[in-house]
Ligand binder design. Sequence first.
Ligand code: B12
Length: 293
Amino acid sequence: MVETTSEPGGLRIGALSKRAGVSAHVLRAWETRYGLFEPARSTGGFRLYSETDLRRVRRMQVYLAEGLSAAEAARAVLAEQEPAPAPAADPGSTTTLMTALRRALDDLDERAAHLVLDQLFGTLTIETVIRDVLIPYLHDLGERWASGEVTVGQEHFASNLVRSRLAGMATGWGTGHGPRAVLACPPGESHDIALLAFGLVLRRSGWRVTFLGADSPVSDVEQTAAVLRPDLVMLSASDPARFDAIRNDLARLSRGTSVAVAGPGASAELAAAVRAEYVADDPVTAAEDWQNR
Ligand code: B12
């Protein structure tokens, strides 16, 4: 009863939840993740939501019912209510947004980072975001980590957030009738963001993606390939030693399956030795190449 009261300055979260038919948990997530509301505070420190906030929840529900993701719906709601204030310099440029992303991630500011990513994915194609923003960002992050400019914690936070954002776009990518790809990193290899990016772009043209990801035992890759009979098995690694350790397995796998190797750990020499295809391109260009085959 107390939880759901309205106060002169607005509605408490319970009241907002009741009136809109959306759980308080979800409302809080929309607030922290997408900045959907701007609650005032009661004298007792409770958040107080306005009629405008209630309208925003209702608009969210409409967009969600139309099939938009929560991020897309929130962006649409915020855009129709009040255009974002124009920042000083060239707000849409990828350089400006990359700088904003870098600052947010360095500051461990999850919300700000997601807002920048919302803006990026809302205004640019996924191919452009990955190729022109995220890959250069990750390279820069690696250099700053290696030089001690960012801590291991900052690097982990940043790469996890970027990875989780891409992984969130990958749901349902194994369905359909298109050609099928199995994506994996060799045993011991943790760098799988580029592999994820490759799968996402491939999926855009209807490929079905089965993602085994980091540190995949070769026997599992072989077994998966035997069951699914994919059109492509893509393996990627940053460290050549990961591939060297499985050369014999790769040669066996490539006898019955189309295998490609990519990432800084792959080479033309390795590919020739195991009868696989060597992919030197970045994940977006490589996926576009496969789409056109
Ligand atoms: C994020 C990150 C991590 C994350 C990975 C999270 C994840 N799930 O992927 C974590 C924290 C786990 C990590 C761990 C480590 N990392 Co690290 N990491 C990075 C970082 C910052 C980004 C990697 C990335 O995604 N890059 C984006 C891709 C797209 O760029 P790229 O790797 O240069 O690849 C190019 C091509 O090869 C191609 N490509 C790459 N992969 C693929 C895949 C496909 C399918 C295709 C088509 C193309 C393709 O596209 C790129 C552009 O052309 C890099 C910095 C960097 N320069 O990349 C360091 C980096 C790769 N890591 C490094 C190191 C040293 C490590 C650790 C050994 C650190 C440690 N002491 O623990 C461990 C090793 C873990 C392991 N066992 O594998 C070094 C590697 C140095 C070297 N040459 O050996 C780098 C370069 C950092 C640095 N500057 O020193 N890391």
